[in-house]
Design a protein around this ligand. Structure first.
Ligand SMILES: [Mg+2]
Length: 163
């Protein structure tokens, strides 16, 4: 085994390093909340490769903090569900409650999760999430859901602000 396995190696070996660059889609700043460092780094690389900017949080509690600090620039949240300290459901609930409290612009929260248990999908929507993507992540699907939901909220926000 090499002494410097590194993440790039993992990315290359799984073949996920070859995702095409998004052709002029909306460039977003995404907050990734994910406690698995391999998944976190992989998703980060895939999004950066497509021209998006990325902030990361290692659990739900950190996601709430990072969002609070950088809320002016975060356009989208990709939320793992099973995380230590605070899970993705509670973190989503807290962030969405804060947005309502501040009367801020709603942003998409998309669950990115390996959990395939029946009921999770419904619980995600119940908690206010806007999408549900299973791992391993299909980056084309994820980015299209991100952009679609982002545009939807952007439109609502513009209308609310009077055009
Ligand atoms: Mg997890």
């Amino acid at each position: 085994m090499p002494t410097r396995p590194g993440l790039m190696r993992t990315v290359t070996e799984t073949g996920l390093g070859s995702a095409p660059v998004s052709p002029g889609g909306t460039k977003m700043t995404c907050l990734i909340a994910e406690d698995n460092m391999i998944n976190q780094n992989l998703l980060k690389k895939q999004l950066i490769r497509r021209g998006h900017s990325v902030l990361v949080a290692d659990d739900g509690a950190e996601a709430v903090k990072v969002w609070e600090t950088h809320k002016e620039k975060i356009d989208c949240i990709l939320m793992d569900l099973a995380m230590p300290n605070m899970d993705g459901f509670d973190a989503t609930e807290k962030i969405l409650a804060r947005i309502r409290e501040l009367e801020g612009k709603r942003i998409p929260v998309i669950a990115v999760t390996a959990q395939a248990f029946a009921g999770n999908r419904e619980l995600c929507f119940e908690k206010g999430m806007d999408g549900y993507i299973a791992k391993p992540v299909d980056i084309n699907l994820l980015t299209s859901v991100m952009e679609e939901q982002y545009e939807r909220y952007e439109k609502v926000w513009r209308e609310r602000r009077g055009g």
